[in-house]
Design a protein around this ligand. Structure first.
Ligand code: FAD
Length: 394
């Protein structure tokens, strides 16, 4: 038995309330018992039983966790972050499910929607009975969503949507899609608005994207909108311009600050366990100085990543967090997590490339996490702009 866990080394629990620790422990236990035994197979077969998993996550209160009312638990942002951390310690795909459902689709309806939209969708989504997706990215517009070509045109009282969205998590299994489109409404920039689209509306289809080598325990899809006719009540009334989708992305990104460090912790724990039992040149791998240097350096980053996440959690709970602070957390924690996953893989040697251990799965998943919710480069530019006052995006 190890004398110290990472949590003890950094006295991390001293920064949490008893309620937060209880929520964290519940999600950790759920992850270890209900998800971890199956996740390597889900990843290998690229088949997540998303309805069953969503239903269980709903019962746990993990969907729309820090939203108030409409069947949502209304926890602190820190508690939501801790749930993301424990789910991503199992697999980034499971945390993605929670991020997309709670922070992107449900948050958009909760924050920008009409009372009718909220009543119709949020209770079922919180319970995991209805799945949501969030369509912003397009084949030609990822980091620069302002250029989107998907458009919504007025036809009498109706809206008619045409366009294609790409890389949309849960697109093929969703009951409802929050789709962002250009309109001729004259808000800046170019009248982007959000629409609540039931996925059984004629003209809507969502082919699944295959052959992914990352986030295989997560469904990713294209959304095709071909003359999708919606009533005027389908538009999110309170979101005008890119502020709508960007606010939701900030919410999900906050969860990733915590989540990524969960993946890193899981890799490091697996590597330490492995190094203790693996003998090389007649003694445990853990007893060599080179191994201990790797473990110590990684522990520093995992610990610092937790401290940063907890700090941002407190700022968010006080309503003080700013977008560039979330960018700072996302850039740092995902970048360190991917470096840690790769370093842990070296400790596992050849065993590290198999799905018998979680490490290569986390490493591959983190490639997506580095890119979605704002690429690492976009967050460098955001931080650079905050510190220099110069906008280097274009
Ligand atoms: P691009 O924007 O084309 O970027 C390519 C490269 O150029 C990157 O390195 C980028 O950092 C760099 N770059 C871009 N702009 C600049 C600049 N100004 N200066 C310097 N470098 C720059 N989207 C959704 O809307 N909903 C979802 O549910 C969703 N789920 C996803 C799930 C997965 C598994 C993945 C991989 C993606 C998902 N996305 C989703 C899309 C994701 O948000 C985009 O991939 C991301 O925004 C990057 O866009 P892009 O892939 O088009 O890359």
């Amino acid at each position: 038995a190890r004398p110290e866990t990472l949590t003890q080394l950094f006295a991390l629990d001293s920064l949490l309330t008893p309620e937060e620790i209880a929520i964290r422990n519940t999600v950790r236990e759920f992850g270890n018992e209900r998800l971890r035994p199956y996740v390597a197979d889900w990843f290998e077969n690229a088949q997540l039983p998303v309805r069953e998993v969503a239903k269980e996550l709903g019962s746990l209160g993990a969907l729309g966790m820090h939203l108030e009312g409409y069947g949502c638990p209304g926890t602190s942002a820190t508690a939501y972050g801790l749930a993301c951390l424990e789910l991503e310690a199992v697999d980034s795909g499971l945390r993605s499910l929670v991020s997309v459902q709670g922070s992107l689709a449900m948050f958009s309806i909760h924050h920008w929607g009409s009372e009718e939209q909220k009543q119709e969708w949020l209770p079922r989504m919180a319970a995991g009975d209805a799945l949501g997706c969030f369509g912003l990215t397009e084949p030609d517009f990822g980091s620069n969503p302002a250029g989107m070509r998907t458009n919504a045109k007025r036809d009498g009282d109706d809206w008619v949507l045409d366009g294609t969205k790409m890389w949309i998590t849960n697109g093929s299994v969703a009951d409802v899609a929050v789709v962002w489109a250009q309109t001729d409404l004259d808000d800046s920039p170019r009248g982007i608005r959000g629409f609540v689209v039931p996925t059984d509306t004629p003209g809507f289809s969502a082919p699944e994207i295959k052959k992914k080598m990352s986030l295989r325990a997560s469904i990713t899809s294209e959304l095709v909108l071909d003359g999708v006719r919606l009533p005027s009540s389908a538009m999110l009334p309170k979101a005008a311009g890119l502020r709508g989708p960007l606010t939701a992305l900030g919410e999900a990104r906050f969860g990733i600050v915590f989540g990524a460090i969960g993946a890193a912790r899981d890799c490091l724990e697996a590597a330490i366990d492995y190094a203790e039992s693996r003998e090389v040149f007649d003694k445990p791998l853990a007893a060599y100085q080179l191994t201990q240097a790797k473990i110590a350096d990684m522990a520093l980053e995992v610990g610092k990543g937790h401290l940063l996440a907890y700090h941002l959690g407190r700022l968010k709970d006080r309503g003080e967090i700013r977008p560039e602070q979330v960018s700072t957390g996302k850039l740092n924690n995902v970048r360190e997590a991917i470096a840690i996953a790769r370093e842990c893989r070296t400790i596992l040697g050849a065993n590290g490339i198999t799905l018998e251990y979680p490490v290569i799965r986390h490493a591959n998943n983190l490639e997506s996490v580095l890119t979605y919710e704002g690429t690492a480069e976009v967050h460098q530019l955001t931080i650079g702009k905050a510190l220099t006052g110069q906008d280097a995006f274009r």
